[in-house]
Design a protein around this ligand. Structure first.
Ligand SMILES: Cc1ncc(COP(=O)(O)O)c(C=O)c1O
Length: 274
């Protein structure tokens, strides 16, 4: 949470409770991916009935209370540049994981991180729940989303923790097996130096028995906005770059994949323009 492949949309407490119940019933551990737990708490407080007077931190605590454990990529809601952790209620399992940690990353007191990074994580986890920080964060994402919408760029609405464009509608002339999402990602970089990420048929597409692409359900492009980095004028610049993209969209063609590894191809695939 929030839902990374679905436009940064939040997970409600009601949804999390229902999942926890199903897991409990079937004896399955419920592990939260908590990397955007504070952003998720903002949405719960402002959208889900019954949480108006609960603090962001308390909402996160209620979520954690439902789970058997949690993984955290700290470069998101711990507001740092690197690191992460795994937290577990089951001590026996934790001991097994610590043993693997020692042989793979480092001793359990630092897990491959430097002391400075661990201190920064501890501070980031406090600061991320400050209302002023969270308001600025969520509202600047919504600000960019509103600007893109006003430009006629099809996006997922309401904006989640990130702004995300729906590219099938942006490039209706590009067939799905020529990866319209990838076209947007490349064009944004070419025109504006803006790096973003296709979350569509490059990432989730599969091949059928006939070797033809079975496209993903959605072809999105994710504009993941770094925390505490950009000002309003940076986001205005991103919107301007989209304005340029809009001018040329009818003339664009797609891409084909010329190299892909057996798994997780979106990280290292290579493309050629069709
Ligand atoms: C929901 C979610 N979980 C985990 C990760 C992986 O994080 P890391 O790069 O720190 O391994 C990401 C990265 O984008 C993410 O969005």
């Amino acid at each position: 949470m929030t839902n990374n492949s679905g436009g940064g949309q939040p997970v409600s407490m009601e949804n999390a409770r229902a999942v926890a119940e199903i897991c409990k019933k079937h004896g399955i551990r419920f592990i939260l991916d908590a990397c955007r737990i504070a952003e998720n708490a903002w949405f719960i407080k402002h959208r889900e009935a019954g949480f108006e007077n609960t603090t962001y931190r308390e909402i996160a605590q209620q979520m954690f209370a439902l789970a058997d454990g949690s993984i955290m990529s700290a470069k998101k809601d711990a507001l740092v540049n690197m690191g992460g952790f795994l937290a577990l209620r089951d001590l026996d399992l934790a001991v097994q994981c610590r043993t693997v940690l020692i042989v793979t990353e480092g001793f359990s007191t630092y897990g491959g991180l430097s002391g400075r990074d661990m201190e920064a994580i501890a501070i980031g986890l406090e600061e991320v729940f400050e209302p002023d920080y969270l308001n600025y964060r969520i509202k600047s994402t919504a600000y960019l989303a509103d600007k893109l919408y006003a430009l006629g760029v099809p996006i997922m609405r309401p904006a989640g923790g990130h702004a995300v464009c729906r590219c099938r509608a942006f490039y209706p002339n590009i067939p799905l097996d020529q990866y319209p999402g990838q076209v947007m990602a490349c064009e944004l970089y070419r025109l504006g130096g803006i790096r973003c990420c296709e979350i569509g048929s490059v990432m989730f597409g599969k091949y059928g028995a006939d070797g033809k692409l079975i496209p993903a359900k959605m072809d999105l492009v994710r504009l993941a906005i770094p925390r505490r980095v950009y000002t309003q004028s940076h986001l205005d610049y991103v919107a301007e770059a989209f304005g340029e993209l809009t001018k040329h969209r009818d003339k664009k063609s797609g891409y084909k994949i010329v190299y892909e590894p057996p798994f997780l191809r979106h990280f290292t695939a290579r493309f050629e323009a069709v």
